[in-house]
Design a protein around this ligand. Structure first.
Ligand SMILES: [Zn+2]
Length: 310
């Protein structure tokens, strides 16, 4: 027995430090199903979803929640099968409101009606599986504390948990330029989009981990905000490989959000936790800066008659 313990101890000491440490967990979540951002001329919404689903399967990512805005099916009825494809692949749907309202700009009654409208669309598709996850559009939780609490209580009464975000590299910013660059046939610009996308993801992952370790003393589950856009779908195989090579393992939303750091989001009848930047400020910490590429992205593939908006 003593020998076995000694052997185990030797094995533990011999293992490299990285192998002894638990791998950080990243959870992919996709917003704005079934139609996000501009559609390049060479593809369809269904093809975008098919590419994303194949990438999830190939990388064995597991159950990726897709957050739905029901109103997208009205201007783009051809996008509706995306929701069926998602479900047929065994992937769950969550609620992102019907028309992507900003809670800071509308009444509580209108906001809740919007949530209920999407629930009527996704509940039958989920056929008894758990769709009670809500992702705030624009991540806007209400700028007035009373209004914010009213919506949280209403979400709790409906059985919802808040699908909080703990990592985002602003993936949505690449999709419009990509559609422009495909239309323009500008391969060099598309290559710039691809490299800058992966660089932003890597830089954000490192910065987010650094901040979490400074604030909490350890990694937390990283719930990554993504969008179902054309460049996202194109980049997913490379993006997922990059996260793996950085040491991440893929987890599920339910597992991740059972971590104590998400307690106030899992039960929205509780008061909200202060935002991360505020928690950092209270400890004399500052968030790690990352490169801002929005102007560079905005400038790509603009015809002379349609310059960058000022
Ligand atoms: Zn959204």
């Amino acid at each position: 027995m003593r020998g076995a313990v000694a052997l185990a101890l030797i094995a533990l000491l011999a293992a490299p430090a990285a192998a002894r440490e638990a791998k950080p967990v990243i959870v992919l979540t996709f917003d704005d199903l079934p139609a996000h951002s501009a559609l390049p001329p060479d593809t369809t919404r269904v093809e975008i979803a098919q590419k994303a689903i194949k990438a999830f399967r190939d990388a064995r990512v597991g159950k990726v929640y897709g957050f739905v805005n029901g109103n997208q099916t009205i201007p783009e009825p051809a996008s509706a099968p995306v929701l069926d494809l998602w479900r047929a692949a065994g992937l769950p749907l969550g609620n992102h409101g019907w028309s992507h309202l900003n809670l800071n700009q509308v009444s509580v009654a209108d906001y809740l009606a919007d949530i209920d409208h999407t629930e009527a669309l996704i509940a039958p598709l989920m056929k008894g599986a758990d769709f009670h996850w809500f992702r705030y559009p624009f991540l806007a939780e209400g700028d007035d504390p009373a209004k914010r609490m009213e919506v949280r209580k209403a979400l709790a009464a409906r059985g919802y948990r808040i699908a909080q975000v703990t990592m985002s590299f602003g993936d949505y910013m690449w999709n419009e330029p990509y559609a422009r660059c495909v239309a323009a046939g500008d391969k060099a610009a598309i290559a710039t989009l691809e490299t800058s996308y992966l660089r932003a993801a890597a830089e954000t992952a490192a910065a987010t981990r650094k901040d979490a370790r400074a604030l909490y003393g350890h990694d937390i589950p990283y719930v990554l905000l993504m969008h179902l856009g054309a460049l996202d779908a194109r980049m997913l195989p490379r993006l997922l490989a990059q996260y793996r090579s950085e040491g991440f393992e893929f987890g599920t939303l339910a597992e991740a959000e059972s971590d104590p750091v998400f307690a106030a989001d899992v039960n929205p009848s509780l008061p909200p936790a202060p935002p991360k930047w505020q928690q950092m400020q209270a400890k004399g910490l500052a968030p790690t800066p990352v490169e801002n590429v929005s102007k560079m992205l905005d400038s790509l593939c603009r015809p002379p008659s349609n310059p960058v908006p000022q």
